[in-house]
Design a protein around this ligand. Structure first.
Ligand code: UDP
Ligand code: MG
Length: 154
């Protein structure tokens, strides 16, 4: 099963949207493998956003991501990386579809509430970057019978 690393960014924490955002992933039927509140430091952010460190907005992004604690989640589900990106909406919330988290709740690109992994490979890598093994839980979810067909459960 694919895994995705979700970060509820400082704007989600400060605006009191943590519950509403987590609710959307739970409603979809996705499984939470791990969840915690933490503060991000420069070294972790440089690794996480290594594709962006040379961009003019990077320093602002880094400072913003350090401006308050965040909630990080490891989520699992069948082809979940793509499903979760659809639930998030476009990076620029003004172009994100209504019904998505960013489309419904955000306006600024630098205040778009949530990070989610963008590929299966990055999902695996990012979950390992943000979680220790003993912070991730393996368990059965009884509702899977009503969310997946057998071949989708793997
Ligand atoms: N970002 C920004 N300005 C930009 C592009 C990106 O502030 O012009 C921020 C934004 O918060 C975004 C993050 O950098 O979520 C990571 O960018 P990426 O292209 O990976 O977008 P995402 O995968 O988050 O949709
Ligand atoms: Mg990205």
């Amino acid at each position: 099963m694919e895994k995705s690393l979700i970060i509820l960014k400082p704007d989600a924490v400060q605006r009191g949207l943590v519950g509403d955002i987590i609710k959307r992933f739970e409603m979809k039927g996705l499984k939470i493998l791990g969840i915690k509140m933490t503060s991000l430091d420069s070294a972790l952010l440089e690794a996480h956003y290594s594709h962006l460190t040379d961009k003019p907005f990077y320093k602002g992004l880094e400072n913003f991501m350090k401006s308050s604690p965040v909630i990080v989640m490891a989520i699992e589900g069948f082809e979940c990386v793509n499903s979760i990106r659809i639930i998030l909406g476009a990076t620029n919330p003004r172009e994100a579809e209504a019904g998505t988290i960013r489309g419904d709740m955000a306006i600024g690109t630098g205040r778009n509430l949530v990070h989610a992994s963008d590929s299966k490979e990055n999902g695996k890598k990012e979950v390992a970057r943000f979680f220790n093994d003993d912070e991730l839980f393996s368990y059965d979810k009884s509702e899977y019978l009503h969310i997946y067909e057998g071949h989708e459960r793997g």
